[in-house]
Design a protein around this ligand. Sequence first.
Ligand code: FE2
Length: 290
Amino acid sequence: MKPDVKTFYDKRSGTASHVVWCARSKACAVIDPVFDLDPASGHTSCKPIEMIASFVRERGLRLGWILDTHIHHDHISGASELKRLLGGTIAIGDRVGEVATAITDVYGLEPHHIQLDPFDKLLADGEHLPLGDFTVEALATPGHTIDHLSFVIGDAVFTGDTLFMPDSGTARCDFHRGSASALFQSIKRILDRADDVDLFACHDYGAAGRRAPAWHSTVGAQRSANIHIGNGTDESAFVILREKRDASLDMPALMLLSLPLNIRAGALPALSAHGRIMLSVPLNVPRNAM
Ligand SMILES: [Fe+2]
C-alpha cells in the first residue's frame, strides 16, 4: 500500500520536502520543510513553506505531523513556520538532545536552548504515528547524524540524509556524532526490503550527466546501482570510501547559521532591541567539535 506523495524542491539548499498523505482520510504529514535563508544577503523567505501550506489547503489535507529526519546543517528547518501556518505536531528523533548538547557547547548558548521545547514529540526507534490508513514508523538510521530517523509509511521509506539518488551515493558522516559504519548498518535496515519499495531522499545536488533534480528511487535500484553502497559493497570498503570523501568536503554553507535555529525546530530568535533578528556564529571551531 503506497501513500500519496508530493515533493517540493528547494533549489538553494537542494532539499526535497515531502508532503505525504492518505487519500481516503486526507491525514497528512510533511517531512523536512525548508525555511529559506540566503547566507550572502541575510534575507529570509517563507516561500517554500507557503507553497507547501497552499498545497495542503487546496487539497483539503489535514496536517497532523511535521517531521524532521534530523538536525539539518545545510538548511533551516521550516517546521516551526509551517506549524504557525497550519498547526500540527512537530516530531524528531529522541536522540536529538545529544546533538543539541554538542551545539549549545560550541555556541555557548543559554541552557533554555537544549530544552527542545519547539519539538512537540521525540520519537523512539519503532514508534508509530497514526496517518489515516497508514502509520508513520520511526526507523532509527544513525550515521549521517546520531539523531537521524527515516520514516516508513506503507511501502515507502523517507530516507532523509542516508541514501541519495543511486548516482549520487550516500550522505556525509562527519558531524553530529556521525559514523560511516553506523550509516552502513542503517542503510542495511532500509535496503532489507522488497525491491519495489519506494525511497524518497531529502537532498539532491545533481550528478554528472544529470541536470534535473531527483529524489525518488527504489530499494532495488539502490541495491544494484548506488555508487557508494550498491552491488554488494561491504562495510569496510564503504567506510574507507565514505571517510575519505568526507575529509575532502567543504563545510556546508549554512552550517554555522542553521544549527542554533534547527535545535529549536527552525524557530527564529526574538527581535533585538534595535528591531532586527540577530544570529551569532562561533569562529575557529575545530571540525570535530561539531
Ligand atoms: Fe543533513
